[in-house]
Design a protein around this ligand. Sequence first.
Ligand SMILES: *[C@@H]1O[C@H](CO)[C@@H](O)[C@H](O)[C@H]1NC(C)=O
Ligand SMILES: *[C@@H]1O[C@H](CO)[C@@H](O)[C@H](O)[C@H]1NC(C)=O
Ligand SMILES: *[C@@H]1O[C@H](CO)[C@@H](O)[C@H](O)[C@H]1NC(C)=O
Ligand SMILES: *[C@@H]1O[C@H](CO)[C@@H](O)[C@H](O)[C@H]1NC(C)=O
Ligand SMILES: *[C@@H]1O[C@H](CO)[C@@H](O)[C@H](O)[C@H]1NC(C)=O
Ligand SMILES: *[C@@H]1O[C@H](CO)[C@@H](O)[C@H](O)[C@H]1NC(C)=O
Ligand SMILES: *[C@@H]1O[C@H](CO)[C@@H](O)[C@H](O)[C@H]1NC(C)=O
Length: 580
Amino acid sequence: MQILILCLSIILTAAQGVHQNTTFVFNHFNTTTTIKYVAAASIQSNAIRLTNHSERVIGRAYLDKAIPMKRNGSVISFSTSFIFAIVRHARSGWADGLCFVMTPTTALDGAFATQYLGLLNISSDGKDYNHLFAVEFDTSQSIGVDNKDGNHVGIDLNGVKSLLAEPAGYWEGNSLTPINLKSGHNIRAWIDYDGASKQLDISLAAIGEAKPQKALVSKKDLDLDGIIEEYMYVGFSASTGSSPLVEDHYILAWSFTTGSDKAPDLDILNLPSFYVKIPKFHNSNPPEQCICHSVLPQGFRDDNLLGYGGFGQVYRGTLPSGEEIAVKCITKDLAEGMEEFMAEISSLGRLQHQNLVPLGGWCRKNERIFIIYDYMSNGSLQRNLYSPELNLTWRHRHKILTDVASGLLYLHEQWDKKVVHRDIKPSNILLDYDLNGRVGDFGLARLYDHSQRPQTTHVVGTLGYIAPELIHSGKASPSTDVFSFGALMLEVACGRKPVDPEGVILVEWVWDLYANERLLDAIDQRLGKNYDKGEAEIVLVVGLICSNPDPQKRLGMRKVLQILCGEAALPMGLHVPSAF
Ligand SMILES: *[C@@H]1O[C@H](CO)[C@@H](O)[C@H](O)[C@H]1NC(C)=O
Ligand SMILES: *[C@@H]1O[C@H](CO)[C@@H](O)[C@H](O)[C@H]1NC(C)=O
Ligand SMILES: *[C@@H]1O[C@H](CO)[C@@H](O)[C@H](O)[C@H]1NC(C)=O
Ligand SMILES: *[C@@H]1O[C@H](CO)[C@@H](O)[C@H](O)[C@H]1NC(C)=O
Ligand SMILES: *[C@@H]1O[C@H](CO)[C@@H](O)[C@H](O)[C@H]1NC(C)=O
Ligand SMILES: *[C@@H]1O[C@H](CO)[C@@H](O)[C@H](O)[C@H]1NC(C)=O
Ligand SMILES: *[C@@H]1O[C@H](CO)[C@@H](O)[C@H](O)[C@H]1NC(C)=O
């Protein structure tokens, strides 16, 4: 095997204020490389792994010495090139990206993960004292951070709200070819700053492609003198989001120079690859048909009946491999007029997320439709919440709500098409072996859309969880799911149905307690004092906001998830809605 060449030449002059240029090249990284690893960053396969794909991980890696960045008080020219890879895993989403950074210290100083990219926190974000210069390669569409989409490159000065950002890609003549930052493939980046003209240029390209003639992000008159200090640490920072919005971040090679020259070239021939092929669900390929044929002869006996989900009975079964499954049998009458639905269900199978019940396959036999799911060994949230012998702790309840929020966010925003669930309620939330909450029955409400039967023109949903505008217009939207989730949050925290047998409306009761400053009296008595007061207040208040009859006043699922995870503050100025 060819020996990797590391050429490292750092010219550091001890005397301060003298003309000093810094130049280095790392064509790979190992334990002897002069890199300082901060927080979770480490070496893996001759690359820097800034973060793994656990949730809310921060990692930074810097050249181990601060370098002079000014001459006569002005920021000098610098140029850097590096190769990175952002790798996701099956059943996870993406978040949050990595940055090239210059910071005055290598200390974390209370930095947060997620959209703060391991650099800042909610109070330091945007403050002049940060002296932070960053170029972000952002893989997540951050709320309140005003970025375009989950695949962009931006210039960040002292804060994570980009001064300028562009969707990732590269120019060839007049055409911009998009680059998927989170493809898992190695990607090369160039950042050049000209101290004299104060122009910053950022470019991207696939490995093997030349540096584009025209930069992707280009900013003229960018005066960095107030941002960059005399001596700065240069390196990278990355962070992951809340599970499952996580990814691995790698830096495979890096060169840098100050002075007016361009960063030394990199050896691209000996790079590792972290690319992982994510298995896709395919419509009617042989394995799924096999699953069906091996499942159907088992018959559906009553002692295998798991329950009556929406649209049909659910039975427990076992594959020849021993794997346990749940099979939903869509009843014959509903199965009429469903050609379109058949096409759609195969696309539903491509929805893969750790907070959705995995859909393993489907088939059609004698005008019935069978949908095969992974078996969820801890049953439904409904059962766990109300059965006297089960006792869901606050920790479990909070985790399950966060899980459901994350699954819903995926349905609403993170897949190619917007999917509205339409029937969020405790019996449609399932708990796997580890008590992770998983959303079940997603997308099936569309059955009604494709059915010709007159009785199905009624609104899909369950009383107490249906948004008022859905009852009036019949039009489901992400916001009507948010309403249902609001009802679910209140229900899980209080251990009470949205409408109890005596006709008490849960949301009105909680508003009353809120108005009387006795909000926590709403918490399920069965928890006694064993719950986190701060979290309980957040769940109840967010539950109230999401249950607002006015869809404009509700939050989006991304914001809900961020608040539940403590990454965003509760909105201020809550008012009791005038009409329910
Ligand atoms: C680290 O890389 C350098 C430069 O390629 C090489 O000389 C050295 O043997 C490597 N060390 C280890 C422990 O692999
Ligand atoms: C990921 O890194 C964090 C921080 O170093 C660590 O606590 C966690 O165990 C790691 N997770 C995995 C799956 O390696
Ligand atoms: C820096 O400042 C000194 C004194 O003000 C001046 O003599 C020198 O020419 C300046 N150097 C540059 C590169 O501008
Ligand atoms: C936020 O960052 C600032 C500045 O780095 C730090 O002083 C402060 O303690 C951090 N806040 C939290 C809540 O960690
Ligand atoms: C630093 O680089 C600049 C531009 O290439 C050059 O003019 C200057 O002589 C260099 N200084 C040193 C100390 O090498
Ligand atoms: C979840 O289900 C598993 C398997 O049935 C069981 O061993 C475990 O005790 C259950 N966990 C809880 C908290 O009920
Ligand atoms: C439920 O668990 C809590 C601890 O989280 C305990 O205090 C309470 O007594 C339990 N209730 C029942 C009915 O088992």
